[in-house]
Design a protein around this ligand. Structure first.
Ligand SMILES: C[S@@+](CC[C@H](N)C(=O)[O-])C[C@H]1O[C@@H](n2cnc3c(N)ncnc32)[C@H](O)[C@@H]1O
Length: 311
């Protein structure tokens, strides 16, 4: 599949980068952003995607339907496969990705290959070579193209049928096209009532978009007590049904600080009604909507919660 998105496909250089846990990552010149936080690509996959999936919810022998949005180097799905296998779980997997090069570059890096078991590497190799994989871990295929074009192709088969959607696009500031209200609603429609969309992103605009798409929210990990240390949250989980949260668990209820954030101008969602706008147009339309918004000031919210000077 190719797309007619406004940005050229699979363009720009990809520079290798090592993250703090020693795992291999990349920096995208085109999106001007790293693929993973500097703290560690592998650790991020475990903390932000595998742990909040709570695979212990599923009985052995279950086949989970999973959509990986922005497959990239494949960390999230590879880590999920390795956590699922000892529990007797297999995957019915679909990946959405614009650019096949990150996976190929990762598979050429010894430090990436050494992280994974032999048959996980086989899954990634089959995917890279043939665009699909099949084996003891289940089966899957990916769609290469703008996810705004490829997501609708999944609707007839997968709407209301997915256990997990892993959403790992570049950040909203760099890739707003994959965080629009419309795109998030399309991802939300894939979920079973107790299915989960998991993302590292905790931006108010994204959380608000998920809420407007009818999903219930929880924070992933972190500690609501430590806002200034920027450890208050590792991401967001969203589901049609309320999520099982606990104040110290992997899924936390949104704290009063996080809830107030959703009433500020920062929570103005990104919009892309026909799924074709480019990043600049989406950002400009949001800024314009913020200018006319009667929502509370985000700087006042930051002052109230002692967040000045943090990002
Ligand atoms: C942060 S990286 C993903 C990291 C990945 N999940 C991993 O585990 O390595 C973002 C990915 O989004 C892809 N991407 C960017 N724009 C896209 C689009 N419009 N549709 C689909 N994929 C896109 C990039 O090619 C890149 O691989």
């Amino acid at each position: 599949m190719t797309s007619s998105g406004c940005r050229p496909e699979a363009s720009g250089s990809l520079a290798p980068r090592s993250t703090a846990d020693g795992s291999f990552s990349l920096f995208s010149e085109r999106f001007n952003e790293g693929f993973h936080s500097s703290s560690g690509a592998y650790g991020e996959a475990l903390a932000k995607f595998v742990a909040p999936a709570q695979l212990e919810r599923f009985s052995p022998g279950s086949r989970l339907r999973v959509v990986d949005v922005c497959v990239g180097l494949g960390y999230n799905s590879a880590a999920l496969i390795e956590a699922a296998a000892p529990r007797g779980l297999t995957l019915e997997w679909v990946g959405l990705e614009l650019d096949p090069r990150p996976l190929a570059l990762a598979l050429a890096a010894p430090s990436f290959r050494s992280l994974w078991q032999h048959d996980t590497l086989q899954v990634l190799e089959q995917l890279g070579d043939q665009g699909r994989w099949q084996g003891r871990h289940g089966r899957g295929r990916w769609w290469i193209g703008d996810a705004r074009r490829t997501l609708p192709l999944l609707a007839s088969e997968l709407n209301g049928a997915c256990d997990l959607v892993l959403h790992d696009a570049f950040s909203p500031g760099h890739c707003p096209e994959l965080w629009s209200l419309e795109f998030l609603a399309g991802l939300g429609a894939l979920l079973k009532p107790d299915g989960r969309l998991l993302t590292y992103c905790a931006a108010a605009a994204v959380r608000k978009g998920l809420q407007l798409a009818g999903l219930q929210l929880a924070s992933i990990g972190g500690s609501a007590e430590q806002p200034r240390q920027r450890r208050w949250c590792q991401g967001t989980a969203a589901s049609p049904d309320p999520l099982p949260t606990s104040p110290t668990g992997v899924l936390r209820p949104l704290s009063p600080m996080e809830q107030e954030h959703l009433a500020t101008r920062a929570a103005e969602p990104y919009r892309d009604p026909d799924g074709r706008a480019d990043a600049l147009a989406i950002a400009a339309a949001r800024q314009e909507a913020q200018r006319h918004s009667s929502a509370g000031s985000t700087s006042a919210w930051r002052r109230r919660w002692g967040l000045e000077g943090t990002t």
